[in-house]
Design a protein around this ligand. Structure first.
Ligand code: RTP
Ligand code: MG
Length: 148
């Protein structure tokens, strides 16, 4: 079963949107298999966003993502990587379709509420950065039989 790393960023936590974000993924039919409230260290932030190192916004991104608690999660489901990115919406919330999380709640790119892995490779990498293998709780729900 495909897995993805999802994180409610510091702005989402401050705006009391943790529960709402979880509900968006739950009602779609995806299943949370790990979740924790934590503060991202400078080292972890740099590693997580290393593809953007050297870009003009990298410093601001580091400051933002370490500025307060985040809610880190692993979600599981059929095509959950792309599915989650659709629920989250485009990087720039002003361009994100209404109905997506960013489209409904965000205005600016540097405060876009939620992160979602963009590929199988990055999901494996990011899950490994934030969670130990034994922290992933996979389990069967009978209702999932009716999803695909
Ligand atoms: P994320 O990784 O956080 O889920 O966001 P994303 O895939 O939609 O966007 P990505 O290109 O990976 O960029 C990572 C984060 O960097 C900030 N950013 N700022 N031009 C800019 O000012 C700019 N571009 C990107 C955003 O916070 C974005 O979520
Ligand atoms: Mg990204």
């Amino acid at each position: 079963m495909q897995k993805t790393f999802i994180m409610v960023k510091p702005d989402g936590v401050q705006r009391n949107l943790i529960g709402h974000v979880i509900q968006r993924f739950e009602r779609k039919g995806f299943q949370m298999i790990a979740g924790k409230l934590m503060v991202v260290s400078d080292e972890l932030a740099k590693e997580h966003y290393k593809e953007h190192e050297g870009k003009s916004f990298f410093g601001d991104l580091m400051g933002f993502i370490t500025s307060g608690p985040v809610f880190a999660m692993v979600w599981e489901g059929t095509n959950v990587i792309d599915g989650a990115r659709h629920i989250i919406g485009a990087t720039n919330p002003l361009e994100a379709t209404p109905g997506t999380i960013r489209g409904d709640f965000g205005i600016v790119t540097h405060r876009n509420l939620v992160h979602g892995s963009d590929s199988e490779e990055s999901s494996k990498r990011e899950i490994g950065l934030f969670f130990a293998p034994e922290q992933l709780v996979t389990y069967q729900k009978a209702v999932n039989e009716w999803l695909d």
